[in-house]
Design a protein around this ligand. Structure first.
Ligand SMILES: Nc1ncnc2c1ncn2[C@@H]1O[C@H](COP(=O)(O)OP(=O)(O)O)[C@@H](O)[C@H]1O
Ligand SMILES: [Mg+2]
Length: 400
């Protein structure tokens, strides 16, 4: 008799006890090194339990510093407590990466509030009224807007959500905004900024020691006992700390290292698998980062990768050569040409400089002042990752 094709897959040995617990979708219930943030956020939100509107709150910090996990954890606790005590707090989590306009965010919120109804196609004004109707029942309503910088018409969204409170006698709407972009706040319209950032919390990167502890706990939950060498955990923590102090990178290293083990039928995650997992994880993370950059930033980065491939670098007056280095000005010129050829708007040079700073903050590029041997004052720019790969990914992105 022929064997079912899944028989073999199913019977395969694995190092994982529960692989889910090391995937990026999982929110751990215990978040070491974030006790202070959890406490502060809890204090701010606790006003809602007393029937008051809580201050809007803005959380920011680099990717993988625990913002999403902390926000989900605290809001879940708040809602659990409210139910248990029969109180009137309601909450909703929106990832603005997937819901990236005012209309889409509003639709997502009312869909959560009225799961049995369908609002697609209704006007923004109508949907918004539905939301207020809900609050009017005396609900203190907390909306988490994760990756809030992805909302195209953010000023209008924040304005609507906050204005709602003036129209309510009972109940309230408060916002928790989250962003991975440390400079995003400075970009906001002053009115939006003062509404959204009534309270602020910064999430610092984790150091190697903290990442090691986080990984140790996670490995115990997700892997079978004695399947992960402690030196492998140390290495994953060190690599992630070196890059950016990003817990997501650290956890992903463990996940991919475990998969490599399973694939080759080995029963222990060692340094070897972590090293092999590194380039894979790096690639995945860059991919997800650049594919969600705003369009204009994608144009700028695309320009940098394409010029890097075309040019031979800069030569200083001293004759010294530097490969892969570009002048800020030449990028801006080429950017304008590329954006125009895609029938896109063109950002001013002031915005261009802002975008360059943000790309640097994400670690996608490095910049230095031109210094000796180059005429005039200019910034030199160098790509942080493989130019070919970035151009390939972005070529597809900007085409649609
Ligand atoms: N303090 C922590 N303890 C345990 N795991 C953490 C902690 N902070 C982050 N993580 C892990 O890292 C991943 C990324 O965290 P996340 O909250 O999504 O970061 P951010 O939203 O700041 O990018 C999460 O999936 C979680 O598994
Ligand atoms: Mg997040």
């Amino acid at each position: 008799m022929q064997q079912n094709i899944f028989e073999k897959e199913f019977a395969k040995e694995t190092v994982f006890k529960d692989r889910n617990l090391v995937t990026p979708h999982y929110t751990p219930p215990i978040l070491p090194f974030r006790e202070r943030q959890i406490k502060e956020m809890g204090e701010i939100l606790s006003f809602s339990l007393k029937g008051k509107k809580t201050d809007n709150l803005f959380l920011y910090g680099k990717t993988g510093t625990g913002k999403t996990s902390v926000a989900k954890h605290v809001v879940q606790q708040l809602l659990d407590f409210s139910v248990k005590q029969n109180l009137n707090v309601e909450g909703c989590y929106v990832n603005c990466r997937n819901h990236n306009s005012k209309y889409r965010v509003l639709i997502k919120i009312v869909k959560d509030l009225y799961p049995e109804e369908n609002f697609l196609g209704f006007s923004a004004a109508f949907v918004y009224e539905k939301l207020l109707d809900y609050a009017r029942k005396g609900k203190e309503f907390v909306v988490v807007l994760d990756e809030v910088d992805k909302v195209k018409d953010l000023d209008e969204l924040i304005y609507s959500l906050t204005r709602g409170n003036d129209e309510l006698d009972k109940g309230s709407v408060s916002i928790i905004g989250i962003s991975n972009n440390l400079m995003f706040k400075d970009r906001l319209d002053p009115r939006t900024k003062s509404s959204l950032c009534e309270q602020e919390m910064v999430f610092p990167p984790y150091n190697a020691e903290e990442l090691r502890e986080i990984l140790k706990q996670r490995a115990e939950m997700a892997f079978k006992s004695r399947c992960v060498q402690s030196s492998a955990i140390n290495l994953a923590a060190a690599l992630a700390a070196q890059e950016s102090g990003d817990a997501r990178t650290a956890v992903m290293l463990l996940l991919r290292a475990g998969e490599i083990c399973d694939k080759k039928g080995s029963d222990k995650v060692t340094d070897e698998e972590v090293k092999r997992a590194k380039s894979k994880v790096e690639e995945e993370i860059i991919l997800s980062m650049i594919s969600t950059l705003p369009k204009q930033q994608q144009f700028v980065l695309y320009t940098i990768s394409s010029l890097t491939l075309q040019k031979k670098g800069v030569t200083r007056i001293t004759g010294e050569k530097e490969e892969g280095v570009l002048f800020s000005g030449e990028i801006y010129e080429e950017y304008q040409r590329i954006a125009k050829s895609h029938h896109s708007d063109i950002i001013s040079s002031r915005w261009y400089r802002q975008y360059i700073s943000e790309l640097e903050m994400y670690g996608l590029i490095f910049t230095t002042a031109s210094g000796k041997g180059i005429r005039g004052q200019t910034r030199l720019i160098k790509l942080g990752f493989d130019a070919k790969k970035i151009r390939e990914i972005l070529g597809k992105e900007i085409a649609n």
